[in-house]
Design a protein around this ligand. Structure first.
Ligand code: FHN
Length: 435
């Protein structure tokens, strides 16, 4: 145990006032765009292609030499996100393949020095986010299939990579901190946060979500303290699939609503930190040529609503194509989602999970005295809610003048709508004004 870890262990992380304000703003924002983009996009087989196809480093290193996304238009990406109603973007700065999508000075394995494109895509995106007033997070992988000192190899990235049999893990950690320092140095503006992933690669028992024992000492607090020192308001989240560690500012869930561990990935422990869940638009994170299992705009909106009802943000992923464009299926789906957020966004943005927890028929959200009853699966004009903490003064169908009759008894609150929710409705929202 180093002196550093002794002192850090003694002192738990105290977020600054700016950080707490950023957490609140993050919860208010509710909806973000996740972007998985890298040299792997060229193979159209997802971001795990290096591992899945066991491509050795020396061969994989050819990918950057012809990565030339001449049609990358940050303005189009940011406008697409904003029009969908998204209020932040989280993009891969470095995925598990170790390739830096910005101009890193500590390794030539980056988009400026190793590709014919020669431009710093993250800087271009950061500038555009600033111009259009939307926040930017960086997804950063702990796991690295390229760095010689990323050792022990972990559950992925075996001998096929061609990496040496031994390494100095501390050298790797210092390299990671140096790259994070670059990203938080100010060149990319104030960063909304860092979204870590890949910790689980070194977990001794990845399937047991209560086991927090790893084969390496990640020194998370050292890295977290560095980030918070450089940009105190930057939020740290880590997709380690276990309950949050000290120093983290939000908790995320992959492909699951908080507490619903249907995928078997996540812990069931839901913390008091702000929450976020991420999902794909088709089934893939990085561009996948053959994945055409697109979720419908209705499913996407409902996921946003269900997340909001569980007090969580929704981070929805697209994997742009190697030429820098986002495929039309994604663009069109997001435009449709935007029509809903434009009209009904008020019932999710700025809200928190409402007084009635998730039910088979739907969820509730609340903003001050306004409670939004999101009826998703129900085909009757009458719906009974459990007794609420405060009396309902009035009720109406959100966005209309149609009144909803309310009768409050000791057993609960009976809502009678003018008509039963239509079978194809995305979300029938009853707005309650409470005392
Ligand atoms: O391995 C990654 C995967 O490629 C992707 O980035 C997702 C996004 O949540 N997270 C990891 C798996 O847990």
């Amino acid at each position: 145990l180093s002196l550093w870890s002794l002192s850090a262990a003694a002192q738990s992380y105290q977020p600054t006032a700016d950080n707490l304000a950023a957490r609140k703003a993050f919860q208010d924002d509710k909806f973000g765009l996740f972007i998985h983009w890298g040299v792997y996009s060229q193979l159209g087989d997802g971001e795990w292609v290096m591992n899945n196809q066991q491509i050795p480093i020396k061969d994989y290193e050819k990918l950057p030499t012809f990565f030339n996304p001449t049609q990358f238009d940050p303005k189009a990406w940011v406008s697409m996100a904003k029009n969908a109603g998204m209020r932040y973007i989280t993009i891969t700065s470095k995925h598990h393949d170790g390739f830096a999508m910005w101009h890193s000075k500590v390794s030539p394995y980056n988009i400026v020095d190793a590709t014919p494109y020669k431009k710093d895509a993250l800087k271009m995106l950061a500038d555009e986010c600033k111009a259009q007033g939307i926040k930017l997070f960086f997804y950063h992988s702990h796991l690295d299939w390229h760095h010689p000192d990323y050792f022990p190899r972990g559950k992925t990235g075996g001998t096929w990579t061609g990496r040496p049999e031994k390494g100095n893990f501390d050298t790797y950690l210092r390299y990671m901190d140096a790259q994070l320092t670059e990203l938080l140095s100010g060149d990319y503006g104030p960063i909304a946060g860092i979204w870590f992933d890949g910790w689980w690669d070194q977990a001794r028992d990845e399937m047991n979500k209560s086991t927090r024992d790893t084969k390496v000492d990640w020194q998370l607090r050292r890295t977290y303290d560095l980030i918070h020192k450089l940009q105190p308001a930057a939020l740290i989240g880590n997709n380690h699939h276990v309950a949050p560690f000290d120093g983290e500012d939000f908790q995320m869930f992959e492909r699951d609503l908080p507490g619903q561990n249907t995928f078997g990935y996540n812990t069931n422990e839901v913390s008091q930190l702000p929450l976020e869940t991420c999902e794909t638009l088709n089934g893939a994170w990085g561009f996948n040529l053959r994945d055409n299992h697109y979720k419908s705009p209705k499913e996407l909106v409902r996921y946003l609503v269900k997340a909001a009802g569980r007090n969580a943000n929704f981070l929805l992923n697209v994997g742009p194509m190697p030429n820098g464009k986002i495929q039309p299926e994604f663009v069109n789906a997001l435009a449709e989602v935007g029509k809903w957020t434009q009209q009904f966004g008020e019932t999710v943005y700025g809200t928190r999970g409402g007084p009635v927890g998730p039910r088979p028929w739907g969820v509730t959200t609340a903003n001050g005295k306004r409670v939004f009853v999101h009826i998703l699966d129900w085909n009757d004009a009458q719906l009974t809610l459990p007794t609420l903490p405060t009396r309902v003064k009035s009720a109406r169908i959100f966005g209309s003048k149609q009144a909803v009759k309310v009768s409050q008894t000791a057993d609960g609150v009976l809502l009678t709508m003018p008509t039963a929710p239509a079978a194809n409705a995305i979300d029938t929202i009853v707005e309650l004004e409470t005392e």
